[in-house]
Design a protein around this ligand. Sequence first.
Ligand SMILES: Nc1ncnc2c1ncn2[C@@H]1O[C@H](COP(=O)(O)OP(=O)(O)OP(=O)(O)O)[C@@H](O)[C@H]1O
Length: 423
Amino acid sequence: MSEDQGKDYTLESDSELRFEIEQKDAKVLVSLVSGFAELFGTELVKKKQYEFGVGAKVAIFTYQGCVLHVSGKMDVCYISKETPMVQYVNCHAALEQFRMEAEEKDRYGPVAMVVGPMDVGKSTLCRILLNYAVRVGRRPLYADLDVGQGSIAISGSVATILIERPANVEEGFAKTAPLVYHFGHKSPSGNSVLYNAVVSKMAEVTLQSLNSNKRTKSSGIIINTCGWVKGSGYAHLLHAAKAYGACAIFVLDQERLYNELLRDVPKGVHVVLLPKSGGVVERSKELRHEARDQRIKEYFYGNTRAPFYPFSFEVKFQDLRLYKIGAPPLPDSCMPIGMKAEDNKTKVVAVTPTPALIHHVLALSFAESVEDDVIGTNVAGFCCVTEVDMERQAVMLLSPQPRPLPPNALLLWSELQFMDNHT
Ligand SMILES: Nc1ncnc2c1ncn2[C@@H]1O[C@H](COP(=O)(O)OP(=O)(O)OP(=O)(O)O)[C@@H](O)[C@H]1O
């Protein structure tokens, strides 16, 4: 379908306009002509023009009814009256009750987890709940434990940010000053022991940080999780719920998971089953890969509205302090006395540079030496190996910061790769 001249769409109350853009270079302009409307919880400003590009999957919802003017090339565009937004706003209302009580009694506000299989709208529900919270004056934390599609940092890491204002309609939440821990794999299955350790650390640090700000303390935390909900994936969800002391778990679209959680979490935890929106679009493996890549590219190069100009510089092998977390598994019988095979999974091992290092993303740890608690230390940022020169014994790094690397910089290997073909 194509819409070049533009068209007015009249939406009745409790309905939404959904559209997708798949064609490269296509752009869609949307403006609110009259009434009230919001995009995943962020209110649209009347007459302001919003621009969306390729890959956008958008739903503009109205509680009261509105008229939208839309122009540009879309692949799908329709109005739906079937949306779960009323259930979602009820969840927000329930969280607000917790927050008011927490405020009165100077306690922690609600820690709510959003769980569900892949492509059910978990990140979107988090965004809606966070937006609604800031719109009523709260300052919640947003923890993203989804290492597959990291929305705050890049995949392969878990991150938390303080939400102080509603998400930008086109670009999402501002990602200033995130707290990031390195994991190094696209799925928790890459190293389950390490994943749990990193989640525990993130939970410990963020819960502690709540005490330093009264408003954030009563606002609580919204946690986004991975779409892997079976077997060990389910065990990871239980682990996270326990580590954070979650008081509410919103389960999107899966009764089985809902019943399992009802059975396994402590009685005081509210487990709520919610429908997924019919608008959520399933993504193929390739699209997920592309989205991951796009996010890394954005980390280094920004976007058209706010471009970044990364640096490229050489580091000699001898100056490269490169480590990896997790040694190859050994049978228990081969382990030193008192150690379990599991301990190997959190061991910090030196990596010798080889041509195989090319395109790998490396995390720059705040840890100063391997004697420090490397897993429990957050990371300052990421760089990417763009060249390995075995003859000159050097690598080229793409980095958001100019040379040199900080003194004693400790870099952590990640299985993520990024082909830097930016022109
Ligand atoms: N109501 C809606 N209408 C149209 N598109 C939507 C709607 N809700 C969400 N989407 C889009 O669907 C896509 C997938 O949603 P989202 O990322 O929230 O799912 P998820 O469950 O978090 O995915 P993942 O499995 O990667 O964790 C996103 O591009 C989002 O913009």
